[in-house]
Design a protein around this ligand. Structure first.
Ligand SMILES: Nc1ncnc2c1ncn2[C@@H]1O[C@H](COP(=O)(O)OP(=O)(O)OP(=O)(O)O)[C@@H](O)[C@H]1O
Length: 258
């Protein structure tokens, strides 16, 4: 068979770059959801498959691997439905609202009002001083109605004293998460999906895991005040931003980090 010399065209380079980008995105997604070993396993399988069927051209083993790959795609979709949903969500939400929070919707693009986030910032700072544990989830484009249903609906203005009151240790609603949407405290005492990421530091317990979980499955931002240390952290897009100062918290909430 004559050797086919093929000069790389611009399209090929673009093709390679896109595949590299997709692989990188998949790697990051798998890492944040704690499925990195599965990702490495799949890569190893693909390499073996390519060697067996393309390089060595072993027909019998190659055809078995081909069959496995065609069934495997469906298995992967079932296995990674959450990750795929998160990936599509992050692709979609990037092109909408330019990072403005849904609870601030109603403001024009780029007009995030400081007074809208200050009650949250001030409440978190006070709860941090008093070591009152809190978990506040701010909805963006992905609707959190299913999560709201797990708690008690409040539907009140975002108000510093109300936030502190809800998380006060003996309050009936202090357990679980508060959901803020459309500039309103929608609900409290809500149950969030817990992240199964194995890389989460041991000292971070369920409150932090739940915050990371919701940030992996939706595009919401979760603010955590630690009951143990008083530290304020944010989970966003499957990543922790730990031990934030007041300025950092304010900056992240006004979404200047985007
Ligand atoms: N799935 C969940 N959804 C919402 N809230 C949760 C969930 N799991 C735990 N919590 C909240 O976290 C609290 C338990 O926090 P835990 O001490 O395990 O977490 P932590 O991350 O170590 O935080 P802290 O630093 O405040 O102790 C529970 O009382 C509850 O209010």
């Amino acid at each position: 068979m004559p050797f086919d010399i093929h000069i790389l065209s611009l399209k090929d380079i673009l093709d390679i770059l896109l595949v590299a980008f997709l692989l990188y995105k998949t790697y990051k997604l798998m890492k944040s959801s704690g499925s990195i070993n599965i990702f490495i396993g799949i890569l190893v399988f693909i390499v073996i498959w390519v060697i067996v069927s393309q390089v060595l051209q072993m027909r019998l083993l190659g055809s078995i691997f081909d069959k496995l790959v065609s069934v495997g795609v469906i298995a992967l979709i079932v296995l990674f439905q959450d990750e795929i949903r998160h990936f599509l969500l992050s692709l979609g939400s990037r092109h909408r609202s330019n990072g403005l929070f849904r609870f601030l919707k109603g403001n024009k693009k780029g007009e995030t009002q400081k007074e809208d986030i200050m009650p949250i910032v001030m409440a978190c700072l006070n709860m941090s001083k008093g070591k009152v544990g809190a978990l506040i989830v701010i909805e963006k484009d992905f609707p959190l109605d299913d999560i709201v249903r797990t708690g008690d609906v409040i539907d009140a203005n975002v108000n510093q004293r109300l936030i502190e009151n809800i998380f006060f240790k003996n309050s009936p609603l202090h357990d679980g998460a508060m959901i803020i949407s459309h500039k309103r405290i929608k609900a409290a005492g809500c149950i969030l999906p817990v992240s199964h990421n194995l890389d989460i530091p041991k000292e971070l317990g369920l409150r932090h895991r739940a915050a990371l979980g919701v940030s992996q499955e939706t595009d919401a931002m979760a603010v955590i005040v630690s009951e143990e240390t008083g530290g304020i952290s944010i989970a966003y897009k499957g990543q922790f931003h730990l031990k934030l100062s007041a300025e950092e918290l304010e900056r992240m909430l006004t979404n200047k980090t985007e």
